[in-house]
Write a protein that binds this ligand. Structure first.
Ligand code: ADP
Ligand code: MG
Length: 332
């Protein structure tokens, strides 16, 4: 071979090696599986910083829980607010509280993050049972978002026995924090799920399963084909127990303090924001199909309702995003 040809081959080989190395970096995958916020969480990330980001997803979720949102971790921001009947709010907490108060109002109180004392009586996270009715009405009398007043950076509880609880929105808040942290990192794609809330980052169309509301945790009834964003599902299948032949689940009707009966098995909300998708999925579950649709529209979110008759409705969005994979369910 002539000298020039040898040089050309060498250059080509070097370019190819560099390209392969680059591809190895931008497509480097990392995963993390962890338990946080009382639920299972996982992260699957592609990109040069994937390993760092997988670890970061766990770190952010754990510290958000322990330092900020947990109702039981002593010295968390929420723990201290509940203990003191209010107080000064950090910048982030002020943001969460004002978003959630807005959801409380727009949902007509179907969403209410002051049901902590009522949730405690049901003890869904532990060994659940039907609460004593006198205790339930007492706890209910100390609940209600109207007992909270937010002025500037201070939250005041009109009833010091009220207990705020981020159970319905904390997982979505974690996803918002994770997305913000990832924005500065070199990643191509990320899928992070915390319980029933999922964050999707990247340019592609993602496929997300909707859980079978009457099956086991690993089975799905539909696939969603959607771009980047947040997706949350709230369902009566989570944390349920049976007593005297009746099933009880953890999404409560703030009017009665008992599990919401709205004819639904689950609601899935798609939003750019995790706090919105998480809070709205709970709110819409309590409201039911018709009123839930109105609320989702007000916030510009697509909502998927699965009714107790196994009917599936896609509201405020195209039906093209959904593919039913279980013949027992019908897309209307
Ligand atoms: P999951 O915890 O399964 O993701 P949700 O996001 O729907 O489910 O939140 C349910 C949790 O929110 C309950 O465990 C309780 O702590 C709290 N909660 C229950 N009912 C309501 C309600 N009507 N409004 C706000 N929070 C609620
Ligand atoms: Mg929720």
């Amino acid at each position: 071979m002539k000298k020039a040809a040898v040089a050309a081959v060498a250059v080509l080989a070097a370019v190819l090696a560099a390209l392969l190395a680059y591809d190895g970096i931008i497509n480097k995958e990392a995963t993390a599986d962890f338990f946080a916020m009382n639920t299972y969480a996982s992260a699957k990330i592609t990109g040069a910083d994937s390993e760092e980001c997988a670890a970061l997803a766990e770190e952010i979720t754990q510290s958000l829980d322990t330092d900020i949102l947990s109702r039981t971790a002593e010295n968390s921001e929420v723990f201290l607010l509940n203990k003191n009947g209010g107080g000064a709010l950090g910048k982030e907490m002020r943001g969460y509280v004002s978003v959630l108060l807005d959801v409380c109002e727009k949902s007509g109180g179907a969403f209410d993050f002051t049901l902590g004392a009522v949730s405690d009586l049901w003890n869904f996270g532990g060994n659940p049972s039907i609460p004593d009715s006198a205790a339930l009405s007492d706890a209910l009398s100390h609940s209600g978002y109207k007992k909270l007043a937010l002025a500037e950076n201070t939250l005041t509880y009109a009833d010091k026995a009220a207990v705020i609880d981020f159970g319905a929105a904390g997982k979505g808040i974690a996803l918002d924090d994770i997305r913000e942290a990832f924005a500065e990192k070199r990643i191509k794609e990320a899928v992070v799920s915390v319980g029933g809330s999922v964050l999707l980052m990247g340019e592609k169309q993602f496929t997300v399963g909707i859980r079978n509301p009457s099956g086991n945790a690993g089975s799905y009834i539909a696939k969603l084909h959607i771009p980047a964003g947040c997706v949350s599902t709230s369902g009566s299948y989570e944390q349920q127990f049976e007593e005297n032949g009746e099933k009880y689940h953890h999404i409560l009707d703030p009017e009665t303090g008992c599990p919401a009966k709205s004819g639904l098995l689950s609601v899935t909300i798609i939003s750019e924001s995790g706090i919105m998708s998480d809070a709205l999925s709970t709110a819409c579950f309590v409201l039911g199909h018709e009123k839930g649709t109105a609320l989702a529209k007000e916030y510009g979110c697509t909502a998927i309702f699965i009714t107790e008759n196994n009917e599936v409705f896609v509201e405020n969005g195209s039906k093209d995003i959904i593919e039913i994979t279980d013949g027992a369910y019908t897309l209307i």
